[in-house]
Design a protein around this ligand. Structure first.
Ligand code: ADP
Ligand code: MG
Length: 730
């Protein structure tokens, strides 16, 4: 007898759980917000005036901190961390493998004679050598025989988690190549700062710094621990590789903004408290469209900090989920048939004078500045759609992009009716030199951008890159991604575009054109040349796919091919020129992404093979035997002639089951063969493409037959929790 014990037990476990609410330290968030962060207040209290000033200078101007002062900072930091109960410290960094990495060391140091001291000095703060050999470096290490070290990033404050002081760091090789996400991000932030500040000088001489801002929105699924462990596919790959879509999915959309189930709410409250204590300004929480899908969004912050906070939050969510008998699924598409998860990246640029450069203003002068940044961003997207697409490519996101729920794989920009008309008007009307009348008229036009349109821009949810009134929202980013990837690309291409813009405007001014007119002329040219990237219609429709093709926009549906953008000469040169990624770093990143894609598909394929062979087929055979027994019995009781009619249904069922079993076994074998062939390939790209084209298709095909078996086989025998149970048991 094969009673599906695991499944029954899992369901019982889930039903027996109760919510476990914990108390926040205070009813007033302001009383504990940032309590575990070595922030401004803590620094003032624990650092000498000189040390504090050195850190501020480093944050604001990127200046180096002298060794003596670094010692002081370290000592103050340790002092502060001890008041929070920290006994260890770690250099916290973001390797290219995914989340964060850390190596813990104790402050404690034996000094002989059975005695010890607590030690943490400047050298320990500034630089560390983790054992880098197991982090991916895409051949960099082989090429340069470079071991990695981590180096303190003072622009993101240190924090305490549990008993550990965490110091945000970059991770680089001895030859200076970036081995992580943060280093290129910092370079891209600097690139856009320089380029945008230079352009701002046309409008406001007081602007000395431009800050990139990022507000992310994190979507995720919760699954009960017991169900998670009863589903080896979800456990191993983060997504269900089997399971018939339940009769009720999300059609009713009754989950969206509905009341949050108690257990989930208890979980959210706790992780939000921890996040707030770490200075992550989480503010919004709500249900998402799919059952057991939720979203968390903070207020936007300076980009480097926002990225760190997102990585940290994903980490905290996982830790807190354990305490509530949940697991968090950050995968882009855990379940077929219901929506996947994304991570909208809201992006903008702000000046040190407090202006959001993507916010329409009241005066024509300020709006010319707005238009400058707005149009240059669109032009940057148009010119570099390939790398932007590559920046969001992953095995998980492939299930989401273009799947009628998430933005299509075609990069386009939505800007809303009002701004579309404005741009079209500008494009048509500025021909050659302008008459003074026309110039005034135009200024009035620009001056009239009404603030109400802020609310009207957010209607088109089908666009991958939408202007939402005072920022662009990059919606195609996957839920498990490190925002640094796409943000590094976005900042870099915008920086490059602004640089070109400045050169063109300056050239016109040198030839005697007035400044404003020169700016308008270049803007006009950009509006005309980047028109193809603007799309206001339904991004989910088939018409758009055809239309985009006519316009010459790429529609790359899979990761290995999307990543090709990193090998294009223009891209390699652009990232090198902007000082963000050297050609070696670009190549390394390309290789790492390909490799990670291959690994993901490889694991999924193995799990599908195993589960099909040793969970699904045996159960189907058992049930089939029961049917055969039944047919035999009927014949015995009724006699062959009479049993004919009575056994007809069973016989059909037996045949059907045989066919599906045969199909599953045949395909699993074929898939293994395809894997063998793919594994024999040396080139990373060839291998990824082989996995994509020859292995991956089996996943869905095997699933099709397995899911059919699920429908045919007696529910009592079925070993894996079914999708309706995974999605609706709580
Ligand atoms: P939704 O997309 O769910 O409708 P909103 O459009 O209200 O939500 O806001 C989304 C996010 O945009 C928030 O996380 C917010 O912090 C962020 N945001 C607002 N202004 C900016 C800005 N200037 N730069 C970056 N992000 C911003
Ligand atoms: Mg959004």
């Amino acid at each position: 007898m094969s009673t599906p014990l695991i499944r029954m037990k899992a369901l019982e476990d889930v039903l027996s759980r109760t919510p476990r609410f914990s108390e926040a330290p205070s009813n007033k968030i302001s009383e504990y917000f940032g309590a575990n962060v070595f922030n401004e207040d803590a620094m003032r209290m624990f650092l000498t005036e000189d040390a504090w000033y050195a850190v501020r200078q480093a944050v604001e101007h990127g200046t180096r901190i002298e060794r003596k002062l670094a010692d002081q900072v370290a000592s103050g930091m340790k002092e502060w961390a001890s008041t929070k109960g920290a006994t260890h410290y770690t250099h916290w960094f973001q390797p290219l493998t995914g989340l964060s990495a850390e190596k813990h060391d104790a402050f404690f140091e034996p000094i002989g004679g059975g005695r010890s001291i607590e030690k943490f000095d400047g050298s320990m703060l500034v630089q560390q050598e983790p054992d880098a050999s197991s982090f991916p470096s895409g051949g960099i290490r082989n090429t340069f025989e470079a071991r990695g070290y981590t180096a303190w990033d003072p622009s993101s404050p240190a924090f305490v988690i549990g008993r550990t002081l965490c110091i945000p760091t970059i991770f680089i090789s001895y030859t200076g190549e970036a081995l992580d996400y943060k280093m290129p991000l910092l370079r891209a932030i600097r690139a856009v700062d320089e380029a945008a500040t230079a352009v701002c000088q046309y409008f406001d001489k007081d602007v000395t710094k431009v800050i990139s801002t990022l507000g992310w929105e994190q979507e995720y699924f919760l699954i009960d621990k017991a169900l998670y462990f009863a589903r080896p596919d979800i456990l191993m790959t983060g997504r269900a590789l089997f399971g018939h879509i339940p009769a009720k999915g999300q059609q009713l959309e009754d989950h969206y903004f509905g009341s949050i189930p108690d257990r989930a709410r208890a979980f959210m409250r706790e992780f939000e408290t921890e996040a707030l204590m770490l200075g992550i300004p989480v503010k919004t929480r709500h249900n998402e469209v799919a059952p057991n899908q939720f979203e968390c969004a903070p207020v936007f912050e300076e980009m480097n900090l926002a990225v760190d906070h997102n990585v940290l939050l994903m980490d905290i969510m996982e830790k807190v989920a354990h305490r509530h008998d949940f697991r968090v699924l950050l995968h882009e598409k855990p379940y077929a048939g219901v929506n996947g998860s994304g991570k909208h990246n809201n992006w903008s640029l702000a000046t040190n004078t407090g202006r959001n450069l993507l916010k329409p203003a009241k005066t024509p002068k300020e709006n010319l500045q707005f238009l400058t940044f707005f149009v240059n961003t669109i032009a940057a997207i148009h010119r570099n759609a390939g790398v932007l697409r590559a920046s969001i490519a992953s095995a998980g996101n492939d299930h989401r992009l273009g799947a009628n729920e998430a933005p299509p794989a075609i990069i386009s920009a939505f800007i809303g009716e009002y701004l579309s008309e404005l741009l079209d008007g500008l494009e048509k009307n500025i021909k050659g030199a302008m008459t003074p009348d026309r110039k005034t008229e135009l200024k009035l036009d620009i001056g009239r951008i009404p603030p109400v349109m802020l609310d009207n821009t957010d209607r088109n949810r089908t666009s991958p890159f939408a202007f939402t009134g005072n920022k662009f929202e990059f919606r195609a980013v996957g839920s498990s991604a490190n925002c640094a990837g796409p943000m590094t690309v976005l900042n870099t291409i915008v920086a490059a575009q602004l640089r070109t813009f400045k050169k063109q405007v300056d050239a016109l001014i040198d030839k005697g054109t007035k400044k404003d007119e020169a700016i308008l002329r270049v803007i006009r040219d950009l509006i005309a040349s980047s028109k193809a990237i603007r799309f206001e219609g339904n991004g989910y429709g088939d018409e758009w796919v055809k239309e985009a093709e006519k316009r010459g926009l790429a529609n790359v549906k899979d990761t290995p091919r999307a990543l090709d953008a990193w090998t294009a000469k223009e891209a390699v040169d652009l990232f090198a020129e902007m000082g963000v990624l050297s050609p070696v770093e670009t190549e390394a990143r390309h290789e790492i992404e390909l490799h990670s894609y291959t690994l993901k598909i490889q694991i999924e394929s193995r799990v599908v093979g195993d589960l099909a062979q040793n969970h699904i087929v045996p159960v189907a055979v058992t049930y089939q035997n029961r049917l055969i027994e039944n047919v035999r019995g009927l014949r015995e009781v009724l006699g062959a002639e009479k049993a004919k009619k009575a056994t007809a249904t069973q016989l059909r069922l037996i045949e059907e089951i045989s066919e599906h079993i045969g199909a599953v076994i045949g395909m699993v074998n074929d898939m293994i063969e395809a894997r063998k062939k793919a594994n024999a390939l040396d080139d990373a790209r060839d291998k990824a493409i082989a996995y994509c084209d020859t292995v991956k298709p089996y996943l869905d095909r095997i699933r099709y037959h397995a899911d059919k078996l699920e429908l045919l086989v007696d529910d009592e025998l079925w070993p894996l929790p079914k999708m309706r149970e995974v999605l609706f048991t709580r």
